[in-house]
Design a binder for this molecule. Structure first.
Ligand code: ADP
Ligand code: MG
Length: 349
C-alpha cells in the first residue's frame, strides 16, 4: 500500500544495515576527478594532486541540535556546512565528505531519508562527493559525524598562525544572526509548549532564523580572495563567536589585536532582534557563535584590493603580542577581549 510520505514509517530493523546504507546512498553520484572510488568498497580511494586538508565534527542530539525546531533536512545540510566551513577556513576547496550516523529506533527510514536529502543538497551545491561513512544504531537519539576533505597547493593553505603585527583583520558577511535566530526559535518553542495551536509568525525573523537553520559555508569568499589575488596571512572560521576566534588567531600567530566595536558588521534585523530581546548587539557578535563566516588577516598592501567589497569588512588590526587583544568601544574605551566577549574590567592604560 502506498501511504502518504509523512505517514509512512518504515522501521530501520525492517531494512537491515545493508539495505539502509544502499537506500540512503543511492542518489549520490561522484563528480570530483580526485574520487577514484566512493561508496561500496571497504574504503574509498582518492587521489589529490595537492596537499590534503581534513576536518571532522561530531553532532549529538540534545547537545548540538534540537529536533523540535530543526527539520532533519536542514540538519543534514547544516552538518555538511559546519565541516566545509573548516576546509574553507584553510583557504582550501572541499572535495569529499564521509558521513557516519547512529540512530535510535525512534527514527524511521523516512526520517533518515530527509536527513540525507539535506546532505545531498549540500553536496550538489558545493560540489563535494559523499564517498563513505558508517551506520549503526544508538540507544538514545541521533548522532552524526562528518569528515570533510579538501585540497590546495602547499603555499596557499592558510593557517591560524601566520598573522603579523599591522596586518588588517577582516571578516566576511555579518555576525550574530545565527544566535539571534536561535533565540527566536527557543522562544517559539516555549510558546508552543503552552499553546500548541499557536502558529508562530517567523516572517519578520526569516533572515536570522535561516542563518540558524540553514547556514552557508563561505566557499564564495575563498574564491573571491583568489580572484582578487589576496592571500590571507591567517584564517579561521567563526563557529564559537568573534572574540574567541580573534583570540585563537592572536595566540597561534603570537600577535595582539585591536578590534573596533563600531566596525563589527551587523544586519539590521539582528540589531532589531537584540533590541527586542534586550541583549547588547556587540555581545551577540562577540560571543554568539554559529555564524560560519571567515575571519582572516591580510597585509596592509592588500587593502586596496578588498576596499569597498560588500562581502568583506575590516574590523581591526593586529599588534605586537605585548599589547594584548582589545576591543575599542564606540566611546573609545580599550577593553581586554576574553573568550566570552570582553572583560567587564577595563584595563588601566
Ligand atoms: P564496513 O563493514 O566495511 O564498514 P559498511 O557495510 O559499513 O562497510 O559500508 C559499506 C559502504 O557503505 C562503505 O563504502 C561505507 O563507506 C558506506 N557507508 C556506510 N554507511 C554510510 C553512511 N551512513 N553514509 C554514507 N556511506 C556509508
Ligand atoms: Mg562500516
Amino acid at each position: 500500500m502506498l501511504a502518504d510520505k509523512h505517514q509512512e514509517r518504515t522501521s530501520l530493523e525492517q531494512l537491515g544495515e545493508f539495505g539502509l546504507i544502499d537506500h540512503l546512498t543511492q542518489k549520490f553520484p561522484t563528480a570530483q576527478e580526485s574520487t577514484l572510488k566512493g561508496i561500496g568498497d571497504d574504503a574509498a580511494v582518492i587521489n589529490h594532486k595537492n596537499q590534503t586538508v581534513i576536518s571532522t565534527d561530531l553532532l549529538i542530539e540534545g547537545v548540538h541540535f534540537d529536533l523540535s525546531y530543526m527539520p532533519l533536512k536542514h540538519l543534514g545540510y547544516k552538518a555538511v556546512m559546519v565541516n566545509l566551513s573548516d576546509i574553507y577556513a584553510m583557504n582550501a576547496l572541499a572535495t569529499q565528505i564521509t558521513v557516519s550516523i547512529a540512530a535510535s529506533n525512534r527514527f524511521p527510514l523516512e526520517a533518515l531519508e530527509e536527513l540525507y536529502e539535506g546532505i545531498a543538497l549540500a553536496c550538489k551545491k558545493y560540489g563535494v562527493d559523499l564517498i563513505g561513512g558508517d551506520t549503526t544504531s544508538s540507544t538514545k537519539g541521533l548522532l552524526i559525524s562528518i569528515t570533510a576533505l579538501g585540497e590546495h597547493l602547499e603555499e596557499e593553505i592558510t593557517y591560524r598562525s601566520g598573522a603579523q603585527p599591522n596586518d588588517l583583520l577582516v571578516v566576511s558577511g555579518d555576525l550574530g544572526a545565527a544566535y539571534m535566530g536561535l533565540q527566536v526559535l527557543e522562544r517559539e518553542k516555549e510558546v508552543f509548549k503552552v499553546n500548541p495551536n499557536n502558529q508562530p509568525d517567523l516572517e519578520p525573523y526569516s533572515y536570522i532564523v535561516e542563518r540558524q537553520l540553514k547556514p552557508e559555508a563561505r566557499k564564495d569568499i575563498v574564491e573571491l580572495l583568489k580572484q582578487l589575488e589576496v592571500r590571507p596571512t591567517a584564517m579561521i572560521d567563526i563557529s564559537d563567536g568573534l572574540s574567541s576566534e580573534v583570540l585563537h588567531l592572536c595566540k597561534q600567530s603570537k600577535v595582539g589585536c585591536n578590534l573596533y566595536e563600531d566596525k563589527i558588521p551587523l544586519d539590521p534585523t539582528v540589531i532589531s532582534a537584540t533590541e527586542e530581546f534586550k541583549i547588547d548587539s556587540t555581545t551577540v557578535a562577540l560571543s554568539g557563535g554559529e555564524d560560519y563566516e571567515l575571519l582572516f588577516t591580510i597585509g596592509q598592501k592588500d587593502f586596496d584590493k578588498i576596499k569597498g567589497n560588500p562581502n568583506l569588512t575590516v574590523i581591526g588590526h593586529m599588534t605586537d603580542a605585548s599589547e594584548g587583544a582589545h576591543l575599542i568601544t564606540r566611546s573609545a574605551t580599550k577593553i581586554p577581549l576574553t573568550a566570552q566577549g570582553w572583560s567587564s574590567f577595563s584595563e588601566s592604560e
